[in-house]
Design a protein around this ligand. Structure first.
Ligand code: ZN
Length: 411
């Protein structure tokens, strides 16, 4: 049967026009969206009912339609939680103080090592289903809470099961270089990562590193990237210039990183390097909010230079326990002083580009996956104006409505 669905009576249809420079939103009223075999076939003016060769017609009753949101930086496969650490931070300890005293990431590492694959899959799947209900339709997921061979592989194996079991695009990243595990020196552990890197080639789409004072250096980043390229990884990413300036951003961009992430301390030289390397700047305002950071990335300089911006949750139990890209959109606008249009383009087209998926999804253009959201409002800007609301009425994946879990995905 010809599986063609007509979504008629759309109030405000929001797409991304990636052909304009910079990419912009294309907003039209009174349209019908035609979806054939899970992909956008075309957009018609008016009701779309003149052409009657549809297997199904869905009346959207004037609702707003926007592209599904893309979360291009998450650590959502983990066990445990870190509420006590939050209390320590709120009483004055810094994130790095906690990490150096054996807490922080290492807490989550211990819990994740102890958890079996089945329970990790169960919790990660509940998180992702909640994220989909809140509007996310494509994901990146990192390992990095194992810091040993077995657990890193266990996390990526859970990732590939999620990729098979949920019908959303998932990009997997090997982040062995997330922290130095207890019982190793930095150089011992880094040598171990380099030695075993080829074993991860079939388990992940890319590699990542946390380049930070007392964690991994710019020299480590360079060694990892050069080796990863030799092994055959094409997607190189890096956590850079987050808590201090190290110089990792410029080096990563020079070596062909697809994205540089965080960037609170990135300077104009780094911005030029990202522009030159066509590296996407992934920004995560939820971390700034949750850690009480005062440093805001040079977002306007990035936009002026023509660097592609992306937005992500950084979903993780230590620095950004959120599943909600709507919150990220809202924070991006008001912490970075960017417009709703700039934020929405970043969270759709920009984040898809950070995953090299922008031809396949993110803009809701003909030929792309029909992953979109209907909103409980007639104006997409309400996502940015009212905060603390959930405006997603329904998430559609490849033209099919997704069932919404009622409960929050907490353990
Ligand atoms: Zn991260």
């Amino acid at each position: 049967m010809n599986d063609t669905i007509c979504f008629r009576n759309i109030g405000q249809l929001v797409q991304v026009d990636a052909t304009s420079q910079p990419p912009r939103l294309k907003i039209s009223d009174g349209r019908a969206l035609i979806v054939k075999n899970g992909r956008v076939e075309k957009v018609l003016k008016g009701s779309g009912l003149k052409s009657s060769n549809y297997s199904k017609v869905i009346d959207l009753k004037g609702k707003t339609v926007i592209p599904g949101l893309v979360d291009c930086h998450t650590h959502l496969i983990y066990a445990g939680e870190r509420k006590s650490e939050m209390e320590c931070r709120l009483s004055g300890s810094s994130y790095l103080d906690i990490l150096q005293s054996g807490g922080g990431i290492l807490n989550t590492v211990n819990a994740t090592r102890e958890a079996d694959e089945k329970s990790l899959l169960k919790t990660a799947k509940a998180r992702m289903r909640r994220m989909v209900a809140l509007g996310t339709t494509a994901f990146e997921i990192k390992s990095g809470y194992g810091l040993d061979l077995d657990t890193e592989k266990k996390i990526l194996s859970v990732g590939s099961r999620l990729k098979k079991e949920l019908s959303v695009p998932v990009t997997l990243t090997y982040l062995g270089a997330h922290a130095v595990p207890d019982g190793s020196t930095r150089s011992e552990y880094f040598d171990f990562i380099m030695e075993h890197l080829p074993q991860f080639r079939d388990l992940a789409d890319g590699v990542d590193i946390f380049c930070e004072e007392d964690v991994f250096s710019v020299k480590d980043l360079k060694r990892l990237f050069l080796h990863a390229k030799l092994v055959g990884f094409t997607q190189l990413r890096a956590h850079v210039e987050e808590l201090s300036y190290q110089g990792g951003c410029a080096e990563a961009a020079r070596l062909g990183a697809v994205s540089c992430d965080h960037l609170e301390y990135a300077n104009p030289r780094d911005i030029r390097a990202m522009k030159h390397g066509d590296t996407v700047a992934v920004l995560m305002p939820g971390v700034t909010f949750f850690l009480g950071g005062e440093k805001i990335p040079l977002v306007h300089s990035m936009l002026d230079a023509g660097v592609t911006l992306a937005l992500a949750t950084d979903c993780n139990p230590g620095s950004s326990p959120t599943y909600n890209m709507q919150t990220v959109l809202n924070l991006a606008c008001h912490l970075y002083r960017i417009t709703p249009e700039q934020a929405l383009v970043a969270a759709t087209y920009g984040s898809a580009k950070a995953l090299e998926g922008h031809k396949e999804y993110g803009s809701l253009q003909p030929g792309q996956r029909a992953d979109f959201l209907t909103l409980k409002t007639k104006d997409y800007r309400d996502l940015f104006y009212y905060f603390g609301e959930n405006f997603v009425d329904q998430t559609f994946i490849q033209g099919n409505p997704v069932r919404i879990p009622k409960n929050p995905a907490i353990e």
